[in-house]
Design a protein around this ligand. Structure first.
Ligand code: UD1
Ligand code: MG
Length: 481
């Protein structure tokens, strides 16, 4: 159901001093995305009138992340606190009646939780409704002070707690619904009464409550959803939870994941039924696995499209590539951007590829570099084959036809073409095109010198015995001591 009387405000202008980072807090990644992007994506399903992000610290970079998601960025300069950030949003809020406010640093929030919060707010006809959580360790968070079982009296920031209030374990998530007609006058009364001289949005709660307005609190069913990221340790914990959610999603869809806690999967990755992901794998970016694929231990795939029944063996690193159905890669292969293995192709150990199209059923089994190359079908590339694609200035293309046999340790100096059905002798340096069905040999002819080695050995022994006759070598007793 659309919520056209509602606008979202995401507070994302702060620096994040506690992270000790040159990067603004909301740009730090967790679960494969910047924190603020997760927050935006959780708000989109509410179909509100608009989503506003308050930006300040590294405003340009933060805007660049949120604007493509149809978010209006509003600058807060300087950043005088969360209450000030709301005042800055006022004009952009236009005629919205309710604002859902979220911090940019609490990325685990789910759309269902926001929908429930809004329903409570509307149902209770409240001036403000706070999403809270009960935590075993509430330190660092603002605490919720209730004035009755159902009504909130105030939020007290961690730094301003009395000894008694320090015992409270219901925390403010910084996620709220506000009825804007009630918020603005309350916020106008808030003074910067804290050591940072900031206007705290949390202080508007006490103003509303003491003015007799209804302030409700809704306890989050899963307290992990409201985790804020103020430190690197918080970031690691949030990342861990995102990764766990993603693995559970894929397992529920029929993917086997061995030692799941060791496997890292980005949010947009998909995998078909009966895929097997071995321990220590990373599936990143827009990687998509077909059905019944296996990804071997230690492999890292970034933006890779994999067809059905393909096998990536252990310890491969593959980026921006396509592996069609029933291809086999690795172990220890490195496929750089622009590699396309067609159905049934095989790439073995210690092979590097870049911008290479490998035809159906073609094999590159060992120790090769194939770059800027197009290989036909059912060809075999011997161990140690190198395409020399670079002259220090430009890159050149190597083209290999169908059913070609390249002997081991061949060097193919591009630009060069090897015709269909041709053979290249092992150890050749190929600098000219090879016609179809020809044999190319590009190496010095072998010469065997009969008896040369034996003669050499005799000469060496003569020198050795000549030397030793002049030396006094102490004799060892033949009997044991
Ligand atoms: C805030 C709440 C605290 C709550 C906690 C939950 C206040 C005063 N305190 O504390 O009660 O328990 O969140 O995580 O609100 N921001 C701006 N402009 C500013 C200042 C901050 O946009 O001028 C943004 C920050 O970028 C951040 C969010 O507001 O995304 C919250 O600020 P932060 O400094 O993280 O507040 P906390 O100390 O975590
Ligand atoms: Mg915070």
């Amino acid at each position: 159901m659309p919520n056209k009387d509602v606008a979202v405000v995401i507070l994302a202008a702060g620096k994040g001093t506690r992270l000790k980072s040159a990067l603004a807090k909301v740009l730090h990644p967790a679960g494969g995305r910047p924190l603020v992007e997760h927050v935006v994506r959780s708000c989109v399903p509410l179909k509100t009138k608009k989503i506003i992000a308050i930006v300040g610290h590294q405003a340009e970079q933060v805007s660049a992340v949120v604007e493509p998601l149809d978010v209006e960025a509003v600058a807060q300069q300087p950043q005088n606190g969360t209450g000030h950030a709301m005042q800055v949003a006022k004009r952009a809020l236009g005629n919205a009646k309710i604002a859902i406010v979220l911090p940019g640093d609490a990325p685990l929030i789910r759309p269902e939780t926001l929908k429930a919060l809004l329903a409570t707010h509307r149902g209770g006809n409240a001036a403000a409704t706070i999403l809270t959580a009960v935590l075993a360790d509430p330190s660092g968070y603002g605490r919720v002070v209730r004035k009755s079982e159902n009504l909130v009296g105030a939020i007290v920031e961690d730094s301003q707690l009395s000894a008694e209030q320090r015992e409270l374990n219901e925390i403010n998530s910084s996620i709220y619904c506000f009825t804007l007609a009630k918020l603005w006058p309350a916020l106008a009364k808030v003074k910067p009464n804290n050591k940072h001289r900031e206007i705290y949005l949390t202080d508007a709660i006490a103003v509303l409550a003491s003015g007799g307005e209804t302030v409700l609190a809704q306890i989050a069913a899963d307290s992990r959803e409201v985790l804020g990221c103020n430190t690197r340790a918080d970031l690691a914990e949030v990342d861990r939870i995102f990764r766990e959610r993603k693995r559970e999603e894929l397992m529920a869809a029929g993917v086997t994941i061995q030692l799941p806690e060791t496997v890292l999967i980005d949010p947009e990755v998909t995998a078909g039924e009966d895929c097997t992901i071995e321990p220590g794998v990373q599936l990143l970016g827009k990687t998509k696995l077909g059905a019944r694929c296996t990804v071997g231990t230690g492999s890292v795939l970034l933006d890779v499209i994999v067809g059905d029944r393909a096998v990536v063996k252990a310890h491969c690193v593959i980026e921006d590539s396509r592996l069609d159905a029933e291809t086999i890669v690795g172990p220890f292969a490195r496929l750089r951007p622009g590699t396309h293995l067609k159905a049934g192709a095989r790439v073995g150990n210690f092979v590097e590829m870049k911008k290479a199209v490998i035809g159906e059923g073609t094999k590159v089994p060992h120790l090769s570099y194939i770059g800027d190359a197009k290989l036909g079908t059912k060809s075999n590339i011997g161990a140690g084959t190198i395409t020399c694609n670079y002259d220090g200035v430009n890159k050149y293309q190597t083209t290999i036809g169908n059913r070609v046999f390249i002997g081991s340790d061949a060097v193919l100096v591009a630009p060069v073409r090897i015709g269909d059905g041709a053979y290249v002798a092992a150890g050749s340096a190929i600098t000219e095109n090879v016609p179809a069905d020809a044999l190319a040999i590009g190496r010095g002819r072998q010469l065997n010198k009969k008896g040369w080695a034996a003669k050499r050995r005799r000469e060496l022994m003569g020198v050795e015995s000549g030397k030793s006759s002049h030396k006094k070598v102490p004799k060892r007793s033949k009997r044991g001591r």
